[in-house]
Design a protein around this ligand. Sequence first.
Ligand code: HEC
Ligand code: HEC
Ligand code: HEC
Ligand code: HEC
Length: 162
Amino acid sequence: MMVRIFSKPQVLIWAFLFGILWCVYPAERVFSQQSATYVGSKVCMECHETEYTKFSTYAKKASSYEHIRKMQRGLTAEEFQGCFECHTTGYGKPGGFKSEKQTPNLKNVGCESCHGPGSLHAKSEDSEDIKGKLTAADCETCHNKERVEAFSYKPLVYGGAH
Ligand code: HEC
Ligand code: HEC
Ligand code: HEC
Ligand code: HEC
């Protein structure tokens, strides 16, 4: 029986069907959201030059690490680390900022701080793989209540980006 199931033509047919499945459902798709990691704003530049240029020219976020480093002297190492959450990209998250040495491409707040980790999207170029629509909640992780008395969504959600 076993010999018959795996006779030569049938093996070829199964291999063919599996091949088609593999093309329709690439592994990346299947594991989509979980495996997206941070790649840094420079990678986005290749295809989004306009946004990148505006962002790096006008947004203070693009030099947010410089701003905390200027104040590093007066801080303990622990206090300095406390700044990373809001002044770098993806700190404390998988594939996010670790240190200036290990992850120089993520040291400033970047595209992925608002749009989420972009490794999958940068490969697929599919808008399904990146967060395109944003709400005030996406800003409030950093622009939280203690920092800003009233951070109103409408006028501000389009500010500070590109
Ligand atoms: C290799 C090219 C390429 C790279 C690299 C790339 N993108 Fe895109 N991106 C695209 C294309 C193409 C679209 C338009 C897709 C569409 O219209 O369906 C797009 C669309 C988007 C959108 C709009 C999504 C929506 O819902 O409308 C956002 C936001 C975005 N990209 C952010 C990023 C960020 C952040 C990075 C870096 C992590 C990045 N992209 C890297 C090609 C790229
Ligand atoms: C990862 C944390 C983080 C997120 C998320 C975030 N911001 Fe910011 N934002 C900052 C930091 C840090 C600064 C100050 C940068 C500096 O000057 O060092 C800043 C500065 C700003 C400024 C000041 C003006 C300027 O030129 O940059 C505006 C406006 C702003 N953010 C709007 C937004 C909006 C709107 C959102 C959501 C769509 C958002 N931010 C999401 C961290 C964040
Ligand atoms: C909870 C998020 C958060 C943390 C933590 C945080 N910041 Fe910020 N920081 C911001 C935001 C948001 C801004 C933009 C202005 C504002 O809303 O106050 C900012 C602005 C600044 C600015 C002004 C830069 C400029 O000139 O535009 C400096 C300097 C700064 N932060 C230093 C620090 C230092 C140093 C630490 C750590 C001790 C730190 N921040 C921790 C969110 C944060
Ligand atoms: C402060 C948060 C923030 C940062 C940082 C940011 N964006 Fe955006 N981005 C937005 C918002 C808000 C929209 C408009 C979303 C909507 O229409 O709801 C947007 C829209 C987009 C779009 C869709 C087309 C458009 O322009 O409306 C692209 C592409 C994009 N961003 C790419 C980038 C790239 C590349 C970077 C880094 C260079 C970046 N973004 C950094 C907040 C941000």
